[in-house]
Design a protein. Structure first.
Length: 106
Protein backbone atom coordinates (compact mmCIF):
# COMPACT_ATOMS: atom_id res chain seq x y z
CA UNK A 1 0.00 0.00 0.00
CA UNK A 2 1.51 3.35 -1.01
CA UNK A 3 1.26 6.66 0.85
CA UNK A 4 -1.73 7.91 -1.17
CA UNK A 5 -3.63 4.70 -0.40
CA UNK A 6 -2.96 5.07 3.33
CA UNK A 7 -4.16 8.67 3.30
CA UNK A 8 -7.32 7.86 1.32
CA UNK A 9 -8.05 4.90 3.61
CA UNK A 10 -7.59 7.09 6.69
CA UNK A 11 -9.78 9.88 5.30
CA UNK A 12 -12.51 7.44 4.24
CA UNK A 13 -13.69 7.03 7.83
CA UNK A 14 -15.97 9.66 9.39
CA UNK A 15 -14.53 9.17 12.90
CA UNK A 16 -10.98 9.74 11.68
CA UNK A 17 -12.06 12.90 9.86
CA UNK A 18 -13.67 14.10 13.09
CA UNK A 19 -10.42 13.46 14.98
CA UNK A 20 -8.51 15.46 12.36
CA UNK A 21 -11.03 18.29 12.67
CA UNK A 22 -10.51 18.35 16.44
CA UNK A 23 -6.75 18.54 15.99
CA UNK A 24 -7.22 21.31 13.44
CA UNK A 25 -9.24 23.27 16.02
CA UNK A 26 -6.56 22.79 18.67
CA UNK A 27 -3.35 20.88 18.14
CA UNK A 28 -1.47 18.93 20.78
CA UNK A 29 -4.37 17.04 22.37
CA UNK A 30 -4.09 13.98 24.55
CA UNK A 31 -6.00 10.77 23.98
CA UNK A 32 -8.25 11.67 26.90
CA UNK A 33 -9.14 15.00 25.28
CA UNK A 34 -9.74 13.41 21.89
CA UNK A 35 -11.99 10.66 23.23
CA UNK A 36 -14.02 12.95 25.51
CA UNK A 37 -17.09 13.35 23.28
CA UNK A 38 -16.65 10.24 21.15
CA UNK A 39 -19.29 7.54 21.28
CA UNK A 40 -16.74 4.72 21.38
CA UNK A 41 -14.25 3.15 23.72
CA UNK A 42 -10.80 4.51 24.44
CA UNK A 43 -9.35 1.56 22.54
CA UNK A 44 -11.53 2.35 19.52
CA UNK A 45 -10.20 5.91 19.44
CA UNK A 46 -6.64 4.58 19.83
CA UNK A 47 -7.19 2.32 16.82
CA UNK A 48 -8.33 5.27 14.69
CA UNK A 49 -5.39 7.38 15.85
CA UNK A 50 -3.01 4.56 14.88
CA UNK A 51 -4.45 4.53 11.33
CA UNK A 52 -4.03 8.31 11.12
CA UNK A 53 -0.47 8.07 12.38
CA UNK A 54 0.40 5.28 9.92
CA UNK A 55 -0.91 7.50 7.12
CA UNK A 56 1.28 10.36 8.33
CA UNK A 57 -1.75 12.56 9.05
CA UNK A 58 -0.85 12.97 12.70
CA UNK A 59 2.40 12.93 14.61
CA UNK A 60 2.83 12.31 18.31
CA UNK A 61 5.17 13.57 20.97
CA UNK A 62 5.60 12.47 24.55
CA UNK A 63 5.31 15.12 27.24
CA UNK A 64 5.94 13.48 30.58
CA UNK A 65 3.41 10.69 30.93
CA UNK A 66 1.15 12.09 28.21
CA UNK A 67 1.25 11.48 24.50
CA UNK A 68 0.28 14.56 22.51
CA UNK A 69 -1.23 14.30 19.03
CA UNK A 70 -0.58 16.91 16.34
CA UNK A 71 -2.09 17.36 12.89
CA UNK A 72 0.29 16.95 9.95
CA UNK A 73 -1.41 18.64 6.97
CA UNK A 74 1.33 17.77 4.45
CA UNK A 75 -0.17 14.45 3.23
CA UNK A 76 -3.55 16.12 2.67
CA UNK A 77 -1.85 18.88 0.69
CA UNK A 78 -0.02 16.31 -1.43
CA UNK A 79 -3.34 14.57 -2.16
CA UNK A 80 -4.85 17.94 -3.05
CA UNK A 81 -2.00 18.79 -5.40
CA UNK A 82 -2.01 15.36 -7.05
CA UNK A 83 -5.70 14.51 -7.24
CA UNK A 84 -7.86 17.57 -6.66
CA UNK A 85 -6.09 20.63 -7.98
CA UNK A 86 -5.92 19.42 -11.58
CA UNK A 87 -9.69 18.81 -11.59
CA UNK A 88 -10.58 22.28 -10.35
CA UNK A 89 -9.17 24.00 -13.40
CA UNK A 90 -10.73 24.32 -16.80
CA UNK A 91 -13.91 22.51 -17.86
CA UNK A 92 -14.43 20.67 -14.56
CA UNK A 93 -14.40 23.94 -12.66
CA UNK A 94 -16.85 25.50 -15.11
CA UNK A 95 -19.24 22.55 -14.78
CA UNK A 96 -19.02 22.65 -10.99
CA UNK A 97 -19.84 26.37 -11.02
CA UNK A 98 -22.86 25.75 -13.26
CA UNK A 99 -24.03 22.94 -10.96
CA UNK A 100 -23.77 25.19 -7.88
CA UNK A 101 -25.59 28.02 -9.64
CA UNK A 102 -28.43 25.71 -10.67
CA UNK A 103 -28.71 24.31 -7.14
CA UNK A 104 -28.83 27.81 -5.68
CA UNK A 105 -31.69 28.73 -8.02
CA UNK A 106 -33.84 25.80 -6.95
Amino acid sequence: MDDDDRVFKALADRTRRLLLDRLFERDGRTLTELEADMEMTRFGVMKHLRVLENAGLIVTRRSGREKLHFLNPVPIRLIHDRWIDKYTAGPASLLANIKHALEDDS
